[in-house]
Design a protein around this ligand. Sequence first.
Ligand SMILES: [Zn+2]
Length: 263
Amino acid sequence: MAIKITKKIKGYSVLKPEDKAREAAVTATPTPDVEIEPVSNIIHMHEQIERPEVLIGSTYKIKSPLVEHAMYVTLNDIVLNQGTAHELRRPFEVFINSKNMDHFQWIVALTRIMSAVFRKGGDVTFLVDEMKAVFDPRGGYFKAGGVYMPSIVAEIGSVVEEHLKMIGMIVDPGLSDAQKKLIADKRAAYDNQSKKKPNNQLTGDLGGAAADGALRTNEAATDAAEGASFPATASLCHKCNTKALVLMDGCQTCLNCGYSKCG
Ligand SMILES: [Zn+2]
């Protein structure tokens, strides 16, 4: 069958075998009496979706000791099937901005490729894993709260992860209540254990040592007030990449994720 094209071609797409099969299936099925919204009407992310004039988004600030100026990561989302039961919020584009323009060409390349992957659709969460596995040869750094970042790229990856969790694309089951309680109990036991130590020293020493002991108690109090922070002596937990591993009853225990070397 020949079709004469009379208008200017604005765009085209190649008909795939599965499209033909779907079309055949749609024409073959008799229309059901009850009107159910066909699954084929649900729009998923694909390359041909045009960018709406307005997109909603979030901007995340990254401050790393590896670079002088902060970086601002903006992720814009598109809302598909708005107002229906199949409403989806999907990432559409990413921009990174900074006063520091040293690595600008790489940043532009990275964001353009990431945006292209977003617009391709499908499961784009692999980007997070790929980026989080990038290690800086100079060594990484610790963020506030003791979380280890192996590189700036990894931190951009964790920002994307945070965003995808927020829009419901990555589902994080989190810790169960039982696990949370276990960690809280361990934390309380550790705090009790470390509180006893300065007191013992205090009884044995005089003068300046007493003042020192009082200072230490104050420090312990501020530590407890912050809540989320972990003991200063904690080492890095390789399960959750957080400086929260402490020695308790001769066993390395993580006060963040509950990991224990002794099982
Ligand atoms: Zn951990």
